[in-house]
Design a protein around this ligand. Structure first.
Ligand code: SAM
Length: 273
């Protein structure tokens, strides 16, 4: 093996480690994520699909599709849907939800699709600050007159889940803390990321989303299923992590209506330049 091919294969292995590790985290508690967390984003799914005109015969790819709820919403509008995610456990649920869809496990930085084969590409809280190469891949698989849309966390002062994320950062090893913080900055940099990757921004806005749980235990188990929670759980143990979350969630519990936590998601739509 030559020096350069050795470097290339080492880079490829390192990249593979990163996305398989992300998939391992997000897939650690797949049913809790799919059925007790992912539905919070439904208002954002509908809003973005409305803006992008997703309907009969739209060829749609959802990048970092998780357990495929957004793809299912698109399929119910008549779109022909594909989805890709790093977690095989979440992809199993996506396939069960939408048997007619085309779902695969893989890396959003190297999409396993040919050039120009989708009318619409979306990503719901899947492409973050620093993920410019994922946008380049989204652009590559879009037709020249296709459309792109994505969501990300909105302003911190409109983020009911902020104390939860702060607790995750507090309990995570230092090596994982900045990764969680960088995610929150996506709204500040997304226009520049899109311009750099040959997109022109069309529209931007915010949409309120709400996590709803009947009781504190369900809320805590659900919150423990998100990928960023995993390094904290591995650091302090599942029971201690849940105990720490319980302290945050208990004051939010209403005996009549349960636990309701609202946050803003930012959204943006763009066209290839
Ligand atoms: C916040 S979740 C969003 C999931 C889904 N889009 C939703 O709205 O619920 C982020 C997702 O990105 C996936 N992910 C992280 N890195 C990835 C990568 N390099 N390639 C593909 N998927 C990735 C994770 O497995 C996870 O399902």
């Amino acid at each position: 093996m030559t020096g350069s091919s050795l470097a290339t294969s080492t880079d490829a292995e390192a990249r593979r480690r990163v996305w398989t590790e992300a998939g391992r985290g997000w897939g650690a508690r797949p049913k809790e994520w799919a059925y007790q967390f992912e539905p919070y984003a439904l208002p954002a799914n509908h809003l973005l699909f409305d803006r992008l005109g997703v309907g009969e015969r739209t060829r749609l790819l959802d990048v970092a599709c998780g357990s495929g709820l957004a793809a299912n919403v698109a399929a119910r509008r008549g779109a022909s849907v594909s989805g890709l995610d790093a977690s095989d456990a979440l992809i199993d649920i996506a396939r069960a939800r939408t048997p007619g869809g085309d779902f695969g496990v893989g890396d959003m930085f190297a999409l396993p699709f040919g050039d120009g084969c989708f009318d619409v590409v979306t990503s719901f809280n899947g492409i973050w600050n620093g993920c410019d190469d994922a946008l380049r891949e989204a652009r590559r698989v879009l037709t020249d007159d296709g459309q792109f849309g994505m969501t990300f966390w909105g302003a911190f002062d409109r983020m009911g889940l902020l104390p939860y994320f702060m607790k995750i950062i507090e309990l995570s090893p230092e090596s994982h803390q900045s990764a969680t913080m960088v995610v929150g900055e996506t709204g500040d940099v997304v226009d520049g990321m899109l311009r750099l990757t040959q997109f022109e921004v069309q529209e931007r806005g915010t949409v309120e989303v709400t996590n709803e749980w009947p009781d504190v235990d369900t809320a805590v188990r659900s919150l423990a299923s998100a990928g960023p929670a995993v390094p904290a759980i591995e650091a302090v143990g599942y029971d201690a992590f849940c105990e720490a979350l319980r302290d945050i969630i208990t004051p939010l519990h209403d005996p009549v209506t349960g636990v309701r936590i609202s946050s803003d998601l930012g959204w943006v739509t763009a066209r290839p330049t």
